[in-house]
Ligand binder design. Sequence first.
Ligand code: CTP
Ligand code: MG
Length: 226
Amino acid sequence: MRTALVVPAAGRGDRLGASRPKALVPLAGEPLLVHALRRAAASDVVDVVVVVAPAGACDEVRSLLQPVVPDVLVVPGGAERQDSVRAGLRALPADVDVVLVHDAARCLTPPDVFALVVAAVRAGAAGVVPVLPVADTVKRVAGQTVLETLDRSELVAVQTPQGFSADVLRTVHEAAVPGSAVTDDAGMLEALGHGVRTVPGHERAFKVTRPIDLLLAQALLSPEAP
Ligand code: CTP
Ligand code: MG
């Protein structure tokens, strides 16, 4: 049985505000997507890679990635992240039993995180998410009115790669209601009552969302970075 990596990379990157889709924005001379896949490949736990590319950029993405992952499969994405992940799942070979889903935008995620997530799925979890403690105090609000302050000791911030039993992930995606508010794949399992476990995340697995995140990523790639 094999482990597959599905990389949703079809977003526009509105909050980054670049002139290209976010996954193709250069960081130290190479697109974010190339950084992400090089680290995933270095984990040595991935057998099959499916990249979900912006519609119209599939050929460009395929030739970009050939030197990093020679037999990469590239399929066009959909309107929402969930649609793109589903398109990636539909392209998977039948003998895949574990699936990682990893945002192209988390382009500096170290290889060890991929290995940790796969190990936890192979140990029996239906879904696995890498998490970090929350640094800020988090409040629930309605408009500008504070309703309550949440207990930070019970909160975590969730990253990718998220790992799944392939059968479970395929089933929840095919059962999903289009346009639902779920923002990650593990949330779809939770909604249907499947157990999801955590493993330690990594501070370098942050998501490049806004211009300030790209500056941080650039700084982390410099020789003086901690
Ligand atoms: N993604 C995707 N298909 C979509 C939307 C998002 O494959 N229709 C991917 C993005 O390429 C990214 C990941 O999902 O790697 C996380 O999404 P996000 O950070 O929100 O990226 P964008 O949607 O591109 O950014 P924005 O929301 O600012 O437009
Ligand atoms: Mg988005």
